[in-house]
Design a protein around this ligand. Sequence first.
Ligand code: ADP
Ligand code: MG
Length: 627
Amino acid sequence: MAKKQFKSESKRLLDLMINSIYTHKEIFLREIISNASDAIDKLCFISLTDDKLGMTRSDFKITLKADKENRTLTITDNGIGMDKDDLENNLGTIASSGSYRFKQDMAEKPDEIDIIGQFGVGFYSAFMVAKKITVNTKKYGSDVAYCWQSSGVDGYTIKEIEKDSIGTEIILEMKDNTDEENYDQFLEQYKIQELVKKYSDYIRYPIEMDMKHSRVKEETKDSDKPEYEDYTETETLNSMIPIWQRPKKDVTQEEYDKFYSEKFMTMDKPLHTIVTSVEGVVTYKALLFIPSSTPYDYYTKEYKKGLQLYSSGVLITDNCEELVPEHFRFVKGIVDTADLSLNISREMLQHDRHLLTIAQNIEKKIKNELTAMLNNERENYEKFFAAFGRQLKYGVVSDYGMHKEELQDLLMFYSSTEKKLVTLSEYVDRMKEEQKFIYYATGDSIAAIDALPQTELLRSKGYEILYCTEETDEFTFQTLMQYKDKKFCSAANDDLGIENDEESKEDEKDSSALLTFVKETLGDKVSEVTASKKLVSHPVCLTAKGGISFEMEKYFNSVQPGSGMKAQRVLELNMNHPAVKAMENLVQTDIDKAKKYAEVLYYQALLIAGLPIENPSEYTDLVCSLM
Ligand code: ADP
Ligand code: MG
């Protein structure tokens, strides 16, 4: 029998097809099964108008059979089959897709067919694992059956054979194992099962295989030494209807929970489930989950963001990063759409404008769901915020604040007056009429901030203060700059925007001599000494002047020791405090003692601000000398 040459321009193309297009050999099964599914779709479509066929939808199936002895994997379908021309045109010609033509021919009714094939190369992926491929097939409406055979680049043969049933049987004779690749694995039932689950779980027709199991022999069930026997059972490997294709009202939360934990291999239940189905410029379905806790590797490089992407029920990518923005990277889930321009290997997407639209829609959807949760399920939202609030703050700060408008209303901070987490909008709604700024204070913990002397005046005025206990908090405010036209102001700022009354201006004048004395005593340690407007019961505090706060100083010095980042220190004195008054009196009577007082007060201010004292023993000596 004369061998025919492949019809493509060059054999190199086939070589390329086999060796270069795909990154994973295992996808061959996805491609062969997709073709079988397409073939069944076509026959199904014809059966709608032809009742001679005598088949109903439930008769259609795909069967897998692994024969370890002969090292073959056989994929059988009862779809439309191929005649001699089809074999020549579709399998003998690389990059010729019978499926694509079929779809074109049926163009008046495109909605009724949802066929996977389009490029005419998937079939050849089987040569990545098989040294020889045999296709036995009989086309619907034809009396003759054919066998197509090929071992790769050499070409193929076609001959007539006997075959009763309509449909196609593809026999892959596996390559011999090499040092790098174990081809035997594709004959193992667990591996085949795994690949079907992974890539072809939502193929609409059952994918069946005889599965070998072992069980205790009935008659030895109650004995001390139970004996085992093997048995075989035909099982359907795929789930067929994806949960996201079912109407939301027909699916219970338990089913969604189960899907979530199986798909993403977690014990957790999702905190929130988002089901969405969009038809329009792009048509897609998405099933998204917000996890109930922070994954252990969330803030490491190991964590991969992204959604699974399906096209017509077939998995395209496990982790399509483009589908979720960085600030919502905690969202897990899947997107299914037929509207993508896939590249030839169907592994990667071209930069696709549909994908971009879907990603934008999804971002909006997540934002809306979170907002609704915040408004209607506060307790749940707080749980969410505990797990991923930090991510949202990073989101505000990153990309030069590009996303701040989108994210600002999702943020929460601990409030001094409410003693719980509040939103910025709640804060602004409660602001006093004369209050100029949104105030915040930074510290290591809520208790530490509670004790900060800087906040005394704000508290005495009844102003609410937002607490920054995470290092991102202050950066968040600095990036936001303002919210609803109200600027943010740190309690440690030298200007709190509170009008001082005449009386205190008087004080300031009176105190200038003392302030100069203290500044001269401390020298370069502080850049300024002022009469405080914010202290009530404490004698001193340190505030930062200019752009760098103490928290930033601490942060930068911890991530980059020796960076020399230093906040400008302003020492504020409470002129009405007995300790300050005592110092003032000493200036006249005992100037050396007055200097020691000034030093001690400075050290105290450092301690309260949580800043290190460079020479602790100097400080203790000083205190002792005064005692
Ligand atoms: P594609 O699926 O993108 O069209 P393939 O290389 O996977 O490309 O398949 C080429 C063509 O071969 C298909 O379009 C189809 O016409 C035909 N074909 C492949 N497998 C089968 C099958 N099991 N039954 C019927 N036709 C098939
Ligand atoms: Mg195909």
